[in-house]
Design a protein around this ligand. Structure first.
Ligand code: IMP
Ligand code: MG
Length: 336
């Protein structure tokens, strides 16, 4: 089992990494944790998908897709995504998955604290609060979800027992964690590896790889500290302009931060690392698919990351397309 975790503030490229691994690693199951405030982008067969519920592992047609009990869906968002992706018949929702309703979205609108921290206002925090207060309605209470319902913890644990492969796709990033992030400028869940496993219903001993994903620079949407934040002019000059995939907001940007990365490695017990958007630092790396195809400076930077973080960099993303990856896992003896 491989767990994909965001190492910074979300938007590190977890969707791309999950899509790539589902295909290259022939995973039997892909579980997407988190909620609809998190958008994961994957570019596959010339099409860009922005996913809010279903795992980017959908790109592998033999991978079954699971929504675990600790995540939160919204009926309209979920059903629309199922149709758009054409995954009906291989997507399953746990009986106990939480359901966000219009009242939750309405309750967040205009909430002074949520507005001040730059919440996406998707109703996720309000629904989580209702869950804690034991009044949130769960998936098992909705007739529209009847055909999708399964016991996700049993499905995952039995698959692992049979020796099958499970990919767990976390959402958001380590420093948006409710417990370990920059509170109160955080989201409403624990985004670290342990929180992700708890949402799924599987324990830490069954994990083979904790793959922490870092982008080659740091971005953050919403408020909260961002060390080394660049001006808009500087972001444009470097070609690092990004917009949020759920809200369309401009993302704030800072250079790669080793201090944060070291802490993310610690908080998640990372076993290996993926680096995305290396081409943003080294344009010559664009589209490379082999270690020797990377410019020397890019290889040196990756080696610096490895020596400072003391973990192997197994995947390096070199472009938007799912195939644009330097996969060093085999060379480094890591089975993904
Ligand atoms: P909320 O979880 O929607 O209330 O948002 C709380 C904070 O987390 C805000 O700063 C959001 O911008 C941020 N956030 C929530 N989900 C994501 C995500 O998927 N990517 C990046 N930031 C996110
Ligand atoms: Mg995102």
């Amino acid at each position: 089992m491989t767990v994909i975790v965001g190492g910074f503030f979300g938007d590190e490229g977890k969707g791309k990494v999950a899509g790539y691994l589902a295909l290259s690693g022939s995973y039997n199951y892909a579980v997407r944790t988190g909620a609809i405030n998190a958008g994961h982008t994957v570019v596959f067969n010339g099409k860009t998908y922005r996913l809010r519920v279903v795992s980017a592992g959908f790109v592998n047609k033999s991978t079954r897709l699971l929504i675990p009990p600790g995540s939160l869906i919204k009926l309209d968002v979920f059903l629309r995504e199922v149709e758009e992706l054409g995954v009906r018949g291989r997507v399953y929702v746990d009986y106990n998955t939480g359901v966000i309703e219009d009242v939750h979205v309405a309750r967040e609108r205009g909430d002074p604290v949520l507005v001040a921290i730059g919440s996406t206002l998707q109703g996720v925090g309000a629904a989580m609060a209702d869950r804690v207060l034991r009044r949130l309605r769960l998936a098992r209470g909705f007739a529209e979800l009847g055909e999708f319902l399964v016991d996700v913890p049993s499905t995952v644990n039995e698959a692992l027992e049979r020796g099958e492969k499970v990919l767990v796709e976390g959402a958001q990033g380590t420093f948006l964690s409710l417990y370990h992030g920059t509170y109160p400028y955080v989201t409403s869940r624990d985004t670290t590896a342990s929180g992700i496993l708890s949402e799924v219903g599987v324990g830490p001993k069954l994990v083979d790889n904790v793959l922490v994903v870092f982008k080659a620079y740091v971005t953050r949407v919403g408020e909260g500290s961002l060390e080394g934040e660049l001006s808009v002019e500087e972001i444009e000059r470097r070609g690092w302009v990004e917009r949020g995939s759920v809200t369309g907001r401009l993302r704030r940007v800072a250079p790669f931060n080793f201090k944060l990365a070291e802490r993310a490695v610690m908080l998640n017990s990372a076993t290996c690392i993926a680096i995305t958007k290396i081409d943003a630092l080294f344009p010559g790396a664009r589209g490379a698919r082999s270690w020797s195809g990377l410019p020397r400076e890019a290889r040196e930077w990756i080696e610096e990351v490895e020596s400072r973080l003391k973990r192997p960099v197994v995947l390096i993303s070199t472009g938007e397309r799912i195939e644009d990856v330097v996969d060093r896992s085999r060379d480094l003896g890591v089975e993904l």
